[in-house]
Design a protein around this ligand. Structure first.
Ligand SMILES: [Fe+2]
Ligand SMILES: [Fe+2]
Length: 298
C-alpha cells in the first residue's frame, strides 16, 4: 500500500513521463497519415490535444514535488526536446504545444511540501482523467492497426511501430490502474525487464529500418544493439538476477548514448534518414526512463 506522499510523487512522475510519450505517439501518427484520411487525422489531433491538456495540468501540479533523481534522468524533457519539437512541427506542419516544454524546463526541484488530502485528491482525479483519455487513445490505435493491416489505410509508420506504441499505452494504463488502488507499480524482475528490453530491441530495429541505406556504420551499430536486447529477453532468469540486471544496465547505457548522438546528428542534419528528430529524442527519453528503473533495482 502506497503512502499518500509516494502515491502523489509516483503518479506525477509517471504522468510527466507517459503523457508526453502518448501525445508524441499521436503526433507521429497525425504527421504520418495521408491527406486522403481527414477524419482519422482530426480524430488523432483531438486525442493529442487531450493529452497536451493533461500534461499541462501535471506540470502545474508537479512543480516543487518531483524528485531530483527523476529530474536529472532526462526522461521528462531533454536539452534537445524543444528544438526537436520546433523543427518537427515546422517540417510537417503538424502542431505541437511547445509552451508545455518551456514550463517543464522551468520546473523547480522538490522542496518541503504538504502532501495533504486535497493534493492527493487532485492527483487521483488527474490519474482518472488520464485513464479515460488513454482508453480512447488505445481504441483509436487498435482501429488504426486494423485498418492498416487490411491495407485500407496507408501510413508512413511501420505496422510494428503502431503495435509498439499501443503496447506502451497499455503498459501506462496498467500502471495507472495500480496507482489508483495505491499498489506498488514495481513488476516482477523478468516481467519488467522483458517489457523494456523488448522495447529497446524494437527501437534499434526501427532506427535501423529508417536510416538511409548509405548509413552503413550506424546501421551495423543498431544491428548489434538489437541483438543484445534480444538475447537479454530470451535469457531472463530470476535466479540470475544480478547478471541479467548488470547486462541490461550496460546495454541500456549503450543504446542511450547511441540515441543521444543520433538525436544530435539528426538535429544538425548530419545523418541521412527518414527518422523524425522528435522520434529520436522520444526514444532517448524512453531509454533514460528505463535506466532510472534499472538503477533503482541495482
Ligand atoms: Fe514511445
Ligand atoms: Fe518506444
Amino acid at each position: 500500500m502506497l503512502s499518500s506522499e509516494k502515491f502523489i510523487k509516483i503518479s506525477l512522475e509517471i504522468n510527466l513521463f507517459f503523457q508526453r510519450i502518448i501525445k508524441e505517439h499521436l503526433f507521429f501518427i497525425e504527421a504520418s497519415l495521408q491527406p486522403v484520411q481527414p477524419a482519422l487525422i482530426s480524430e488523432v489531433k483531438e486525442l493529442k490535444l487531450n493529452f497536451e491538456k493533461l500534461l499541462e495540468q501535471t506540470v502545474f501540479l508537479a512543480n516543487g514535488i518531483i524528485t531530483k533523481n527523476a529530474f536529472e534522468a532526462n526522461e521528462f524533457v531533454t536539452p534537445y526536446t524543444l528544438k526537436a519539437e520546433e523543427l518537427n512541427s515546422k517540417l510537417t506542419g503538424t502542431s505541437i504545444n511547445t509552451g508545455i516544454t518551456k514550463s517543464e524546463l522551468g520546473l523547480i526541484n522538490a522542496k518541503d511540501h504538504d502532501y495533504d488530502a486535497r493534493l492527493e485528491n487532485k492527483v487521483w482525479n488527474l490519474n482518472n482523467k488520464s485513464i479515460n483519455a488513454l482508453k480512447e487513445v488505445i481504441a483509436y490505435q487498435k482501429k488504426l492497426i486494423d485498418l492498416v493491416s487490411k491495407c485500407k489505410v496507408f501510413i508512413t509508420l511501420y505496422h510494428e511501430m503502431l503495435e509498439h506504441i499501443n503496447r506502451e499505452s497499455e503498459y501506462y494504463l496498467k500502471l495507472l490502474h495500480s496507482l489508483q488502488m495505491k499498489r506498488d507499480i514495481r513488476k516482477p524482475l523478468c516481467e519488467g525487464l522483458n517489457f523494456w528490453n523488448n522495447i529497446m530491441n524494437e527501437h534499434a530495429e526501427f532506427i535501423n529500418g529508417m536510416l538511409d541505406p548509405t548509413e552503413k556504420d550506424l546501421k551495423k551499430a543498431t544491428e548489434t544493439i538489437a541483438e543484445e536486447f534480444e538475447i537479454l529477453v530470451k535469457n531472463c532468469i530470476i535466479s540470475a538476477k544480478k547478471d541479467i540486471l548488470q547486462k541490461s544496465i550496460t546495454s541500456t547505457k549503450n543504446i542511450k548514448n547511441f540515441k543521444k548522438k543520433a538525436t544530435e546528428g539528426l538535429l544538425a542534419c548530419e545523418i541521412k534518414s527518414i527518422i523524425p528528430p522528435l522520434l529520436a529524442d522520444h526514444v532517448f527519453r524512453e531509454a533514460n526512463h528505463y535506466l532510472r528503473i534499472l538503477m533503482a533495482l541495482d
